[in-house]
Design a protein around this ligand. Sequence first.
Ligand code: FMN
Length: 212
Amino acid sequence: MHKLLHIVASPRGDQSRTLRVAAAFLERFREIHPDWLIDELDVFDDELPRLTGRQVDGKYVLLDGRELYGELRDTWDEILQHITRFKEARAYLVSTPMWNFSIPYALKQYIDLIVQPRHLFHYVDGRSEGLLTGRRMVVVSARGGDYRPTQACHYDHVEPYLRTLFGFVGIVDIRFVRVEPLDGVPAAAAAETVEQASHTARSVAEVFLAEG
Ligand SMILES: Cc1cc2nc3c(=O)[nH]c(=O)nc-3n(C[C@H](O)[C@H](O)[C@H](O)COP(=O)(O)O)c2cc1C
């Protein structure tokens, strides 16, 4: 059974505009692909392992082309489980608000855990190569301000960062559904923006797996 991994990076539950639009995507996706498993990972609610010096040592062991061993291997148990869960998916939905022009820290923690040599990328003749090919991703991102092509778009470090990061591991087919502007505007305007983005999200769900 194919799996879509939904990575939830807003801690605001029912209040989250990101999650409202993501729900529209998922509703349509489920209608079209009832055979797909939806696996949900909440990076705020699910206890993510910490990356202390000991765990970071493991990254350098892997970068060195060696295997994890002994106690180091044990401390990596949970990290490896997260890597496996990520790699098992054929498609991803990342639901992330903009926080301080970038992604929330819990999502960054998750990224720092899973992006590991030999698992998500490796080096060939000194050049890095992503190992997760043939996968697709949708990112839904609500933001208070407006970062559509204007001067302010340079402040958006969510889209460029996630495209660079996931591209690095081989995921290059990424669509963004941005929900903006939401704060400092009349409530009715924000509600309309969420409604329009939900419409876009449903359309993306229809073509998400169909193309290419
Ligand atoms: C900690 C924090 C930092 C934020 N930083 C920004 C920011 O840099 N730019 C922006 O446009 N909105 C910012 N916002 C506003 C949120 O992006 C906006 O309210 C969005 O709707 C939150 O997503 P959610 O409704 O899915 O939780 C911030 C909100 C929080 C809680």
